[in-house]
Ligand binder design. Structure first.
Ligand SMILES: *Cc1c(COP(=O)(O)O)cnc(C)c1O
Length: 373
């Protein structure tokens, strides 16, 4: 049976702004301004200001944006970059694409995020940078990470692909490091109608370098002078226009996600333990992650009862075939968590009624599986 409650539904968000979204397409089909231009510049200005940073460079996706930060900072061959083992593989891919070596760090047992201690345990003479990933919409304790980084001369990068608008102690994610990367993949809290990404930073030279790299290495303002060996990783005008419309709704949608999470807190069964960050975190709940016993069987039973779910992520990066050669031993917190975590349905307009239903079905599934039925 196909689950009746999906894992994610983008339609209610798009319904709220349908006319404005349609107008984007119309405007661009009339101006024929497809790549770069005012739509992109306007979105970049809005996104920089939203993230409380001076500069934003729109890019093709969130993976390129991490890689281009590394390249822009001159991090590459022979450099080690610490990344959490519990993240989407894109974080690690960006490191190897830049020519550097990913060093996987374990995570905090409660939030499942990188910590100053797990970072320290992963340092070597060759460590050049750390990428803190605000996973599930929860911000990492960046002041603690920045302190370790300052003591060891490391560059600090935020991978904020899952945390548009989150704050740590009142400060926006994206403004807590040298440079931060965002993804606008459709399912993210701020999503385009296709792939998209951005870097935000206060460093004008880094922003300029990344813009140049992403535009075939062209010198700023020139079409024919290629000063760097770059690539094509630009944000489309259509995506920028869509993102600008959706940005006007982001804070409300994040508030609604908080209300959905509050409802999960009220209704979840005791055997399902919510994965949450500490009190200084102001998360935006990209995902609603719980830990449950016998996860795979509980998940299958839950689907039979009608609720879809996800697993983010079933295999920690250092255990993925593509990255296993970089593993330097066990990272037990990440490895155990990967067998227990389950992501429940989450989107801004998810009704309390549906949360109650999902929680009831989860309680029943845990009970049935526990009884060996
Ligand atoms: C989505 C995501 C990325 C990659 O973004 P793309 O736009 O899909 O390339 C990187 N890191 C994390 C944590 C993500 O969730």
């Amino acid at each position: 049976m196909k689950p009746t409650l999906p894992f994610l539904d983008l339609t209610p968000s798009h319904d709220e702004i349908r006319e404005q979204l349609d107008a984007c397409w119309k405007r661009i089909s009339e101006t024929n301004n497809f790549v770069g231009g005012p739509e992109v510049e306007n979105f970049e200005a809005d996104w920089a200001s939203y993230c409380e940073r001076r500069h934003c460079v729109g890019l093709a996706n969130g993976t390129d944006s991490i890689e281009l930060i590394l390249r822009g900072l001159g991090i590459g061959l022979g450099d080690e970059v610490v990344v959490p083992a519990n993240t989407f593989v894109a974080t690690a891919e960006a490191v190897t694409s830049a020519g550097a070596i990913p060093v996987f760090a374990d995570v905090d047992p409660l939030s499942l995020l990188l910590t100053a201690d797990t970072l320290k345990a992963s340092l070597s003479e060759r460590t050049a940078a750390v990428i803190a990933v605000h996973l599930f919409g929860s911000p990492v304790d960046m002041p603690a990470i920045n302190e370790v980084a300052a003591a060891h001369g490391l560059a600090v990068i935020e991978d904020a692909a899952q945390a548009h608008g989150a704050r740590w102690n009142g400060q926006r994610v994206g403004s807590l490091s040298t440079a931060a990367s965002f993804s606008f993949y459709p399912g993210k809290n701020l999503g385009a109608f296709g792939d998209g990404g951005a870097v935000v930073t206060d460093d004008p030279r880094l922003a300029e370098q990344i813009r140049c790299l992403a535009n075939h290495g062209r010198a700023l303002g020139s079409h024919t002078d290629h000063i760097l060996d770059g690539r094509n990783s630009r944000l489309d005008s259509l995506q920028a226009a869509i993102l600008r419309v959706k940005l006007s709704r982001l804070d409300d949608w994040n508030d609604q996600r908080r209300a959905v999470m509050a409802s999960y807190r009220r209704h979840l069964p005791d055997q399902a333990e919510l994965v949450e960050a500490g009190p200084a975190a102001e998360p935006v709940h990209h995902l609603a992650v719980v830990r449950v016993p016998d996860r795979d069987r509980v998940r299958a039973t839950l689907a039979e009862r009608g609720t879809a779910s996800g697993v983010h992520y079933p295999i920690p990066c250092h255990r993925q075939p593509a990255f296993a050669s970089y593993a330097r031993g066990e990272l037990l917190i990440s490895e155990v968590a990967a067998t227990e975590i389950l992501s429940l349905p989450m989107w801004p307009q998810l009704s309390e009624e549906n949360v109650v239903m999902a929680c009831r079905q989860l309680a029943e599934s845990i009970e049935r599986v526990g009884q060996g039925i």
